[in-house]
Design a protein around this ligand. Structure first.
Ligand code: DON
Length: 311
């Protein structure tokens, strides 16, 4: 079990060591709205299912969920459309390719994305969220994330949203390809609207760690006991976090850290310490696969020193 008193002492020290790693990475620039993030920002929050909390470094820094939102859109697609429908539209396998790759879409099972965490798969999940218009779907996802964060103030970063919408040529081409293959049935631009909005939901590490804590608690609210998400859907999502959560870095992450996790190009990582706590780090400087370089270093340090690997 986590020794919270010890953690309060060691985490701030480990964080300052990991912060130096940020020099070796790069802040994402392909979405112009992300480019201004300070390279050496690093924050961490850990929230236990029995109420303990640890926050260190830049844990109040606001960042957009980007690909971390794929965890929540998958959960909501499962809730709204059911497991069978979800797996008619996406597979269960990692690709080994970059997160925005179009390659396997054409090569295997035409048009059906390999999993819900690559961009093509996440675009499909956005289309399965309940609602008649993009606004209804986006609002439904926002309300879901607010509920998990226990914070009604969560909202979209409009300038990051606009910036992605204007420059998303690759995502547009993925979505048109899905449409052409008859996999995506909804309107392409409407579906992309939901996807761009979900990526632009803004959080800090504290809010994200709380969302993770609910997943660790098998979808139950820690104090009211209300089942916010069915246990089976948590199980499916956690498994994807292990196999595909860090994209084509997921295998190495499983060996080096050994926790279910999901990263985003804004530099956030959501990680789950099974049975114990939700954890979030934010560090905008990325390694070549799109994962936070200092965040990865900090998670490796934590996992090695505290024996957190689930394997
Ligand atoms: O669709 C995109 O490219 C971004 N909105 C999200 C990508 C992302 O975060 C991938 N992360 N590692």
């Amino acid at each position: 079990m986590l020794d919270w008193q010890l953690l309060t002492q060691v985490i701030p020290k480990w964080l300052e060591v990991s912060r130096k790693e940020a020099s070796f990475g790069k802040v994402a620039t392909y979405i112009p709205g992300l480019a201004a993030a300070p390279q050496h920002t690093l924050g961490i929050s850990v929230i236990g299912i029995t109420g303990e909390e640890i926050h260190a470094g830049d844990c109040g820094f606001m960042f957009t969920l980007q690909s971390i939102s794929k965890v929540f859109s998958l959960l909501l697609a499962l809730i709204d459309a059911g497991e069978n429908r979800v797996f008619e539209k996406v597979g269960m396998e990692p690709t080994g390719d970059d997160f925005n790759s179009i390659l396997k879409l054409e090569l295997v099972d035409p048009g059906k994305p390999f999993n819900p965490f690559i961009n093509a798969g996440a675009i499909m999940m956005a289309s399965l969220i309940g609602g008649n218009t993009p606004e209804e779907k986006s609002n439904r996802l926002l309300r879901f994330t607010r509920r998990l964060a226990g914070d009604e103030s969560l909202t979209w970063n409009e300038s990051v949203y606009e910036s992605e919408r204007k420059t998303a040529h690759r995502n547009r081409s993925l979505a048109y390809f899905l449409k052409d293959n008859g996999v995506l049935l909804d309107d392409v631009e409407d579906t992309l609207e939901v996807y761009f909005r979900q990526c632009a939901i803004e959080v800090n590490a504290k809010q994200l760690a709380r969302m993770g804590m609910i997943l660790v608690n098998d979808g139950k609210h820690p104090t009211t006991g209300e089942q916010l998400i069915p246990r089976r859907y948590i199980q499916i999502t956690k498994t994807f976090m292990v196999t595909c959560g860090m994209y084509n870095g997921s295998g190495e992450f499983a060996i080096q850290v050994g926790l279910p996790a999901k990263s985003g190009v804004s530099g956030g990582i959501l990680a789950l310490i099974p049975g114990q706590a939700g954890l979030s780090v934010i560090g905008p400087s990325l390694e070549t696969k799109g994962n936070s370089i200092a965040g990865l270093h900090l998670l490796k340090t934590l996992s090695h020193n505290l024996q957190l690997s689930m394997f």
